[in-house]
Design a binder for this molecule. Structure first.
Ligand code: URP
Ligand code: ZN
Ligand code: ZN
Length: 468
């Protein structure tokens, strides 16, 4: 069955133009003006924007963090993604059991996601301490057999890697053509500050950002950039950049033309600040790592997005826990913020936040919204142009947004398992009208129409960070 999207304002990462998109089955087959196709279902997009389906390359569905498990499984979390215009996710795996092979978590994540996800999905592998020759060999196996062309390392948390291990992983990744994604924070300083704060009875949510200062991020970003350079310019992708200090390290690396470097920020660091932690009860909702920062951090991150060549992607780090209902895992931190599971929801809100607070408020252009939410994530992680573009021959993953309508973020908006949104109370400019996944309408006027298990696993190819 053919579908014809008529008279929309089509937005790519280069341009916005009025036109039509003809879809046959799962693929876009033609883009132009005045298109017609006999028997095609016509979708009138007059006055509406038509964008590539958004791609969130940093989610944690069903993440096991030891003290709790993220409450969105691959069904609930991807329903939320779909309703927010995200048609592809690349999920970061949890650490596995001590000394496990990289394959352990790959198999576990197929068990969690296959038959459940409602949008297309891939996985980033995870490297955990200790690093052995077997683990390094598995980098190539995962890429060749599973299309897992990116693997995460952590500089903090359990099973974090030490510098010598990171260096060895980077060299092996360079050899294997695999991107190393990294959570950059200085573990030693954080551990010391947390200990001192708790000993001094400073256990409310407002102390969370003080336990993880921006310089912890900046130091680790700087260290990683130099480690990657010493590993022969290994492909490196810094996740969830949150601070101006961290950003300054990236700007320096860009000025030095450091090759093979990708950088991600997340919606929460663009929209929210550490004011969220002021209320000792409500503040638990926003406990995540890195923490929310100050107004100037937020403004510098927006400016970097507007400048264009500094940050590559905007993701979410979606990792929700209950705040009040059910087990209310966030309440584990009510007497001590260090006991609160880290993470917050966001996969549903991201595209509309970028559209409304970015484009409609004049901070970034609409092509930049497309670039940061879909095309660049796909370039970074070997999915472009099948995903993240609107071109004949590519997957018909499409979002239609009506700029004349509004989106109120309230309890009725939330489609995931979470009982709150960090953005509750905001009224956004624009509303998602329809979402298509490989030609199938999976969302209409806020209603999810897809089916459990319709998401397809993506074997990913080479990142642009590898090809450079
Ligand atoms: O607080 C967060 N971000 N939790 C999820 C794990 C991570 O660090 O990405
Ligand atoms: Zn992280
Ligand atoms: Zn994360």
């Amino acid at each position: 069955m053919k579908k014809l999207i008529k008279n929309g304002m089509i937005a790519t990462d280069a341009d916005v133009f009025e036109g039509d998109i003809l879809i046959d089955g799962e693929k876009i087959i033609e883009i132009g003006k005045g298109l017609s196709a006999e028997g095609a279902e016509v979708i009138d997009a007059s006055g509406k924007y038509v964008l590539p389906g958004a791609v969130d390359v940093h989610t944690h569905m069903d993440l096991d963090v030891g003290i709790a498990r993220a409450i969105d499984d691959f069904y609930d979390g991807t329903v939320a993604a779909a309703c927010g215009g995200t048609t592809t996710i690349v999920d970061h795996m949890a650490f596995g059991p001590k000394d496990c092979s990289l394959w352990h978590q790959v198999n576990e994540y197929h068990r969690l996601a296959d038959g459940n996800a409602v949008v297309d999905y891939g996985f980033h592998g995870v490297m955990q301490h200790p690093i052995t020759d077997d683990r390094l060999r598995e980098l190539t196996e995962l890429k060749e057999q599973e299309g897992i062309s990116s693997v995460k390392v952590y500089m903090t948390y359990d099973y974090m890697l030490l510098d010598d291990e990171i260096f060895n992983v980077l060299r092996a990744a360079k050899e294997a053509g695999v991107v190393i994604t990294v959570h950059c924070e200085n573990h030693g300083v954080i551990q010391q500050l947390r200990k001192e704060l708790v000993e001094a009875g400073k256990v409310e949510a407002k102390y969370h950002p003080l336990s993880r200062p921006a310089r912890c991020e900046a130091e680790a970003v700087n260290r990683m950039i130099h480690l990657a350079a010493m590993a022969g310019d290994a492909p490196l992708y810094i996740v969830h950049l949150s601070s101006a200090e961290g950003l300054h390290e990236v700007i320096r690396a860009r000025a030095e033309h450091r090759p093979n470097l990708g950088v991600e920020t997340c919606t929460q660091y663009l929209i929210l600040t550490d004011k969220e932690y002021e209320d000792p009860k409500e503040g638990l909702k926003a406990i995540m790592s890195p923490p929310l920062r100050k107004d100037n951090d937020r403004e510098e991150l927006w400016q970097a997005l507007a400048d264009g060549d500094i940050i590559d992607t905007v993701a979410t780090d979606h990792c929700p826990f209950h705040f009040k209902a059910g087990k209310a895992e966030k309440q584990y931190g009510k007497d001590d913020f260090t006991k609160c599971p880290n993470g917050a929801p966001g996969v549903q809100e991201r595209l509309m936040l970028l559209f409304s607070e970015g484009f409609m408020k004049g901070r970034i252009s609409l092509p930049q919204v497309v670039k940061y939410s879909s095309s660049n994530p796909c370039r970074m992680f070997g999915m472009y142009p099948q995903k993240g573009s609107l071109e004949p021959g590519t997957d018909a993953d499409i979002v239609i947004i009506d700029p004349a309508e509004k989106t109120k973020i309230d309890a009725g908006f939330i489609k995931g398992a979470s009982d709150y949104s960090c953005y509750e109370g905001m009224e956004l400019e624009g509303r998602i009208e329809k979402v298509l996944l490989r030609g199938e309408e999976i969302v209409n006027a806020g209603e999810f129409l897809g089916k459990r298990g319709d998401g397809r696993y993506l074997k990913r190819g080479d990142s642009v960070l590898v090809k450079q």
